[in-house]
Design a protein around this ligand. Structure first.
Ligand code: ATP
Length: 772
């Protein structure tokens, strides 16, 4: 029966945008719903939530509800999906999709943002392709009148990839995959300790029917002995191969064995490889072996910092894509390439994803590997090298082997040890000698007198083997610079024949390599290749948009903020003013602000003025005046430690409390060194491995060159980093001159500056931060 009412006019509003979550739930989905709703409202559109995925679209009525600004309050920190998800059989059929189209028109919705896996996105694309014919059918069947369908000729669909598996081609990360990886790594780290105590073997089964990303990354992040993934099926003889590696590790002194197996693991004949089979083999070799099946634990829990940021940025981009779409624009899916949010054609991304499964089915495993993103194959290669299997083909000829010094500089940062472990494994596989330079440059300078064991020592595989998940710095780190005594540093380099230098650290590491580079004029010993792997929670190293340790810090910080928020749930109406680290860079404060939905973020780049505080206090008054109990969990203002010399967090909190006059109260908090985190985050660990391998390859490329040739090559002192969508090396000389704000100890151009606007938009902060 044709309904009598047409959808109400938009009354000056631009669009009515629907948002839904579909398929398996993934941590971070709520962040994307929040971002879509608020960004839509900010852009003068209306936002509608479609509950329970496609089921809600097919059922219509109350399953499609308008969402107001306050309705998504608190969404960012919640796991799963608060608007529900379902697998919907009806939507697989054309009749179901026709009913869905009718329900959308009845609600006046002509744009749909869908957060789900490849199945959900396939359904979305089909829906869009059929849309004109579905409308025709609705008119033919007299379910809707021509004038009712007329304004809805074009349907905009935008996909967001929400899936723990990270199985969609064309994006490096899906919403939820890093949270899931965090759950897996927590579990394996726990199993690890008991395995070591009892000298046991554990076979851990992880999710991933068609995609081995979680398993591979868990293997890299935890330093497991062996992994099984669908894309790289177990070759004939895998049983002996696995045992050889496990026995070799044991012979080298390892007390535990961890094997990770994806639920979709297969051999080259496509037979399933099961945890029980693996257990039987390990038990048969005399190892006390247990199986741990992680199951749905991997889906649950709070989203990690990265997923909160990713889902937020993708939700924002989705609304932009809706508003910019023309009838000709192909439906996009919002992707992440390294550090850049990009739009890709949804149809192609889904088609390429399906090709992986097909390639596996066709036993074309090389193609399956190629079809995953480039990172995947790189991580697999890195993983294989770290397992220390006998790989004689990797050994370099004698004359190309180098003595590579490894040094940590600056404050400890999550991932420093993982990077060192990977560098050591790489060196040993290639025939290089990895040499730890203990306790930074001051360690070297004092090495004759103070260090009983000497500050310069070769690292054996077993020394570094357990460092994959260790926080801090196992070889010791120090802020001191080589300029304290360049001559002694040169003497030590010469004495120990250091032929290449791998420096892990933050801005001090950058400064140190700059000093060594300039010291080449006087000291021949410095005419060696040097690479910096940026490692600092502040993420302020020029030449990269990402430093290892910054993700661990963000996760520690959001935990702290979540706990503060929760503590306010009883007292209500409380504003927390929290001081973050970050030196002269507002990166940590801003990204944490994005990840927790801070009311405001104060950075050194913008400073703090009385007018700004006044403005924000006015805003708080408005927020609490309108409050009908929604602000149960408190508000947060994040203040970088160097944002102002005058306004400390305590002063700001006191000013807010004074202005609140009993209507709202305020507390300040200083998480301090808590922000360095405990166990490094999986993202920091895996990126540490990837960057360390690349750095070693880079250093190795100078083997056999004369000292003068090395000096003349600008790439002989460089920084590895992520810039936009690429991982690359940048020459120190250029970065020092053109990209470094030496006075402020940060890059001149900070890529994240425009993200502050998004923090403000999504928290509803009016007109800041330009209020001075
Ligand atoms: P996950 O990665 O967690 O499996 P997914 O989105 O791939 O998530 P699916 O169960 O494959 O999960 O799909 C979710 C829903 O999307 C289905 O229940 C169905 O309603 C719809 N859907 C999937 N594939 C299609 C299709 N080919 N045509 C129409 N609708 C589809």
């Amino acid at each position: 029966m044709a309904p009598t009412s047409v959808p109400p006019p938009l009354e000056g509003k631009k669009r009515r945008i629907g948002v839904m979550t579909s398929g398996g739930d993934a941590p971070g989905m709520n962040g994307s719903v929040r971002a879509v709703v608020r960004m839509a409202i900010h852009n003068n559109c209306e936002a509608y939530a479609i509950y329970e995925g496609y089921d809600g679209l097919v059922k219509g009525g109350d399953m499609i509800k308008e969402m107001k600004w306050e309705d998504v309050r608190g969404f960012l920190s919640e796991g799963g999906t608060l608007i529900g998800t379902a697998r919907c059989k009806e939507f697989m059929e054309r009749d179901g999709r026709r009913t869905a189209a009718k329900n959308m028109i009845l609600k006046g919705i002509d744009a749909l943002v869908i957060c789900g896996g490849d199945g959900s996105l396939t359904g979305a694309d089909k829906f869009r392709a059929e849309w004109p014919s579905l409308l025709e059918e609705l008119v033919e069947k007299k379910e809707l009148k021509p004038e009712q369908v007329a304004p809805f000729k074009h349907l905009n669909i935008v996909g967001l990839v929400g899936s723990i598996d990270n199985d969609l081609s064309m994006t490096d990360a899906t919403i939820g995959c890093y949270s899931s990886l965090a759950r897996i790594c927590e579990a394996i780290d726990s199993v690890d300790t008991t395995a070591t105590s009892h000298q046991r073997a554990f076979v851990v089964e992880t999710m991933g029917r068609h995609c081995g990303w979680l398993t591979l990354m868990a293997g890299v992040a935890t330093g497991s002995d062996f992994i099984f993934i669908p894309e790289k099926p177990a070759e004939p003889g895998w049983q002996e191969n696995m045992l050889t590696i496990v026995k070799k590790h044991r012979a080298m002194g390892k007390r535990k064995t961890i094997v990770i197996v994806a639920e979709g693991a297969i051999d080259t004949e496509l037979n399933k490889v099961t945890p029980q089979q693996i257990k039987d083999i390990l038990s048969g070799a005399g190892l006390d072996t247990r199986i741990t099946t992680l199951g749905h634990v991997q889906r649950g829990g709070q989203p990690a910092a990265y997923d909160r940021m990713l889902s937020t940025l993708q939700g924002v981009e989705a609304v932009k894509a809706v508003l910019e779409a023309t009838p000709e624009t192909p439906s996009p899916v919002i992707c992440m390439i390294e550090n850049k949010i990009v739009r890709r054609p949804l149809l192609e991304a889904v088609a390429q994803t399906k090709e992986v499964a097909k390639a596996i089915e066709d036993k074309d495993f090389d193609k399956a590997m190629r079809l995953r993103d480039a990172e995947f194959a790189e991580y697999f290669r890195s993983y294989q090298i770290t397992t220390a299997a006998d790989q004689p083909e990797l050994l370099l000829p004698e004359k190309e082997r180098m003595r590579i010094g490894i040094i940590h500089v600056g404050a400890p940062a999550g991932g420093m040890n993982a990077a060192t472990r990977a560098a050591v494994a790489y060196c040993l596989a290639r025939g290089h000698t990895p040499i730890a330079l203990h306790n930074g440059f001051p360690g070297l300078i004092r090495h004759h007198s103070d260090e009983p064991l000497g500050a310069v020592r070769e690292i054996k595989w077993i020394d570094a083997e357990g460092w994959a998940n260790k926080g801090g710095s196992e070889i010791g780190t120090n802020r001191g610079l080589p300029s304290e005594d360049l001559e002694t540093v040169a003497f030590v380099f010469k004495k120990y024949s250091i032929q290449a230098l791998f420096v892990v650290g933050g801005f001090e590491a950058f400064t140190a390599v700059s000093e060594l580079r300039r010291g080449r004029e006087h000291y021949k010993a410095f005419k060696i290749p040097m690479v910096i792997l940026p490692a600092t929670i502040s993420n302020n190293v020029p030449g990269t948009e990402y430093s290892i340790g910054s993700d661990t810090c963000l996760n520690a910080l959001i935990q702290y903020c979540d706990a503060c928020r929760q503590s306010a749930s009883a007292s209500r109406r409380r504003v927390f003013v929290i001081e973050t680290q970050g030196g002269e860079s507002g990166y940590i404060a801003t990204i944490a602000g994005l990840s927790i939905g801070a009311l405001a973020v104060y950075t050194p780049e913008d400073g703090i003025s009385l007018k700004m505080l006044d403005h924000d206090i006015d805003h708080l008054r408005d927020v609490f005046l309108l409050d009908k109990g929604q602000n149960r969990a408190g508000k947060i203002i994040l203040v970088n430690e160097k944002a102002s010399k005058t306004y400390s967090v305590q002063i700001i909190a006191d000013m807010i409390a004074e202005a609140g006059k009993g209507k709202f109260e305020s507390r300040h908090g200083v998480p301090g060194h808590f922000q360095q985190g405990t166990t490094p985050s999986p993202m920091d660990r895996v990126r540490a491995v990837r960057f360390a391998f690349r750095s070693m390859e880079h250093l190795e490329s100078f083997a056999g060159k004369s000292r003068d040739e090395i000096e003349d090559d600008p790439m002989s002192t460089s920084v590895i980093g992520i810039k936009g969508a690429k991982v690359l090396f940048s020459p120190m000389e250029t970065i020092e001159k053109k990209e470094t704000d030496w006075h402020r100890r940060r890059p001149k151009h900070e890529f994240w500056m425009n993200l502050k606007e998004i923090v403000d938009i999504l928290s509803g902060r009016p007109g800041s931060p330009n209020v001075r």
